[in-house]
Every structure is written in structure tokens, then in C-alpha cells.
Ligand binder design. Structure first.
Ligand code: GTP
Ligand code: MG
Length: 370
């Protein structure tokens, strides 16, 4: 049975604790502020104070958030979401920059300024690809741990003048654990010391068998510096995506994942959200992790205002009441009251969990001392 501490109840109603204790007493219940009362009693008191009762449980959250599976007929093709991974200095950022500069329409003087940690490009053959810029390995791991699967394809960058390094292996393990297909980009092929075949044989030791060695992992020789092979890389990704037959239902309440978020001095909390299904629209009310909000404005990867964003589209969202965390899931709900209730419920649950964890540690420490 659910219960609530008297002080917490007072807090949530924004009433004085003494008044709540008094009201309880008038109903024949003797309770101090640190004692808990059951949900039915709490409901009685809440109504007496003229507040509206909204009981929230995990099941309620499930109900409010539209988790219904999409019917096959409602699914439409969506662009793949690609994460670039690899060892330090092997050229991840350079490859992303080179792709963006070659593929994104040139803006005004000064060229491209990147607005958000994700962007979309269109290949020569007309496929749209969504690249995630941010997730370093730590972010990728924490997002995966929180159940946010955002990547469809991993591009593993290995420098041809170096070799398979510790973070290369880590990236391979991440991709395998997430069951995400991988494409190997052998970078820095412009360098005199480049030895792409060494990279290919190195990878064998980690059970990555590239096509050139008769395996099924696509491998592409590239140079971020000269631009060589980048179009081939994009086509390899598009081909891989085709095999995956990625789909989503664009016509439902939007669900997405936070790629990054920060508190902006001028604009308040800002989150880059990758829409994963449904279509996020201006004015939508949403809950995201322990925060909630109403979409005040959205900007796409080129800093342009957009009114809506469909599956696999990354957008910057304004209108949050607080800053969510990378990996938090965003769900559109119907009313502000629902959004606020769910956010508060989650925040409280997290607080209780932390308190419990803290208490356990203290107990352990006491036991250790004894
Ligand atoms: P971290 O973000 O630190 O993990 O590195 P990264 O993988 O993003 O590598 P980055 O793109 O920063 O490149 C590292 C260095 O390699 C830079 O000095 C780049 O100029 C250089 N570099 C990247 N790609 C190429 C390439 O294709 N050819 C040559 N010659 N140099 C490259
Ligand atoms: Mg980098």
C-alpha cells in the first residue's frame, strides 16, 4: 500500500505542516510530521484542503505516457542514426566535420557553425543520415545503461598510421553489446605511413572481419584531410541502413532521447533531443526524465526555427522547466498537470532511492566499524 510522510504531504500541497497535523487530528488520526499515513487518508486530507488528488504510480506513468506498440501499417521509413566511435586522435571529429562541411548547405560568411551535437546530411544518392556528434564512450555507456538506444549504426574510426588501440576495442565491445552493426572507416589514408591492411588484420583479433578479408563488416578507406573516400563511407552507411529497414510511426505522441542538455544564460534550459518516434510539435507538453516542459521553440541542426520534428530528426528544444540529463527519455503527454505530476513523482522516487542508498552506506560503515 502506498503511503506518504505527513511533512511531505504538507509540502506537496504547499500547506503548513501544523495545519495538516491538525486536520488529521480532526479526522481522528494522531500523526506527527515524520509519520506516514496511507494513501486513502492522504486523499481525504487533500480534498479537505481543497486540492485536487492526483495519485501517481509507475503504472499511472505507463498509462499517461503512450507506450502502445505501433501497428505495422503505421510504420514509415526513417533515417538511420549514426554514432562515430574510435580511439583518441584517430580522427572522429575530423571525419564528422569533413562530412558536414561537404554536405551541409553553406551558410553565410564564416561557413558552418555547428548549433547542436547532432546533424543530418543527404548523400549523393538521396538518403538522409543523422549523425550524433556528442556521445563519447562514457555518454554512450550511460545512455545504454539507462535504456536509451539511440544509435542504429556505429562507424568505427581507426587511423591507418596507428593500430587498433584500447578505445577501439572498447568501441567494438559497445557496438557488440548494443547489437548495433558496425562500419569500419580506416582514416588518415593520405599519410605516407598509412597501412590499411594492418588495421584490417588487427581487427581480426577482435572478431571484426571486414569485407576485404571476406567478412561481413563494411570497410572504407578514408581521409578526413583530403576528403577521399567520404562519399563511399556515406554510401556504405546508407546501404547498411537499407538492410536494417528502419521504421517509425510519425503520427503519434512524440518520444525521443536527450543527446545533450545545458542551462543557457539567455534562454534557460536547452536540450538537444533526437526524436525516435512520433512527431514533436511546437506547443507540445512533455515530460523528460525528472523535468517537464512545453515546447516553446525548436531549432534544427542548422539553427533554423522549425515547427515540428519527426523520427530521427535532432532538434534543440526550448521551454523546459529544468535541465534534463543526456539519455533521458522525452514523452509528450496531454496536460501540464500530468507532465508535472510525473516529473515530480520521478524526482521523489529518485530522491528516496538516493536516501535509501545513503542509509545503506551509513549502515554498512557502522557495521564495518563495529
Ligand atoms: P578525440 O576527440 O580527441 O578522441 O580525437 P578525434 O578522434 O576526434 O580526432 P581528431 O579529429 O581531433 O583528429 C586528431 C588529429 O588527427 C588532428 O590533428 C587531425 O588534424 C588529424 N587528422 C584527422 N584525420 C586525418 C586524416 O585523414 N589525415 C591526416 N593526415 N590527419 C588527420
Ligand atoms: Mg574528437
Amino acid at each position: 500500500p502506498e503511503a506518504i510522510m505527513v511533512s511531505e504531504l504538507a509540502n506537496r500541497m504547499s500547506e503548513r505542516v501544523a495545519d495538516v497535523v491538525k486536520a488529521l487530528m480532526q479526522n481522528g488520526i494522531m500523526a506527527t510530521q515524520t509519520q506516514t499515513i496511507d494513501a486513502d487518508t492522504a486523499e481525504l486530507i487533500i480534498e479537505e484542503f481543497g486540492h485536487k488528488v492526483v495519485r501517481v504510480s509507475d503504472a499511472d506513468v505507463e498509462q499517461v505516457i503512450d507506450t502502445v506498440e505501433d501497428k505495422a501499417g503505421d510504420l514509415k521509413p526513417r533515417p538511420p542514426v549514426i554514432t562515430i566511435m574510435g580511439h583518441v586522435d584517430h580522427g572522429k571529429t575530423s571525419i564528422l566535420d569533413a562530412i558536414r562541411n561537404a554536405r551541409v548547405v553553406q551558410g553565410e560568411a564564416g561557413g558552418i557553425t555547428q548549433h547542436i551535437g547532432a546533424y543530418q546530411v543527404t548523400t549523393e544518392s538521396g538518403s538522409t543520415l543523422t549523425f550524433l556528434d556528442t556521445p563519447g564512450h562514457a555518454a554512450f555507456t550511460s545512455m545504454r545503461a539507462r535504456g536509451a538506444q539511440v544509435t542504429d549504426v556505429v562507424v568505427l574510426v581507426v587511423a591507418a598510421d596507428d593500430a587498433v588501440m584500447p578505445q577501439t576495442v572498447e568501441a567494438i565491445n559497445h557496438a557488440k553489446a548494443a547489437k548495433v552493426p558496425m562500419i569500419v572507416a580506416i582514416n588518415k589514408c593520405d599519410k605516407p605511413a598509412a597501412n590499411p591492411d594492418k588495421v584490417r588484420t588487427d581487427l581480426l583479433q577482435h572478431e571484426v572481419i571486414v569485407e576485404k578479408l571476406s567478412g561481413d563488416v563494411q570497410d572504407v578507406e578514408v581521409s578526413a584531410t583530403t576528403g577521399k573516400g567520404l562519399d563511399d563511407l556515406l554510401e556504405a552507411i546508407a546501404l547498411q541502413a537499407e538492410v536494417l529497414e528502419l521504421t517509425a510511426n510519425p503520427d503519434r505522441a512524440a518520444e525521443g532521447a536527450v543527446i545533450e542538455a545545458q542551462l543557457d544564460v539567455g534562454r534557460g534550459p536547452v536540450a538537444t533531443v533526437l526524436v525516435q518516434r512520433g512527431t514533436l510539435k511546437q506547443g507540445d507538453i512533455f515530460v523528460v526524465g525528472e523535468q517537464w516542459g512545453k515546447v516553446r521553440a525548436m531549432e534544427n541542426d542548422q539553427g533554423k526555427r522549425v515547427k515540428e520534428a519527426g523520427p530521427s530528426v535532432p532538434v534543440e528544444v526550448l521551454g523546459l522547466n529544468g535541465t534534463p540529463e543526456a539519455g533521458d527519455v522525452l514523452n509528450v503527454v496531454e496536460t501540464e498537470a500530468q507532465a508535472r505530476e510525473i516529473a515530480e513523482y520521478r524526482a521523489n522516487a529518485a530522491k528516496e532511492k538516493r536516501a535509501a542508498a545513503g542509509a545503506a552506506t551509513t549502515l554498512e560503515q557502522l557495521m564495518a566499524k563495529a
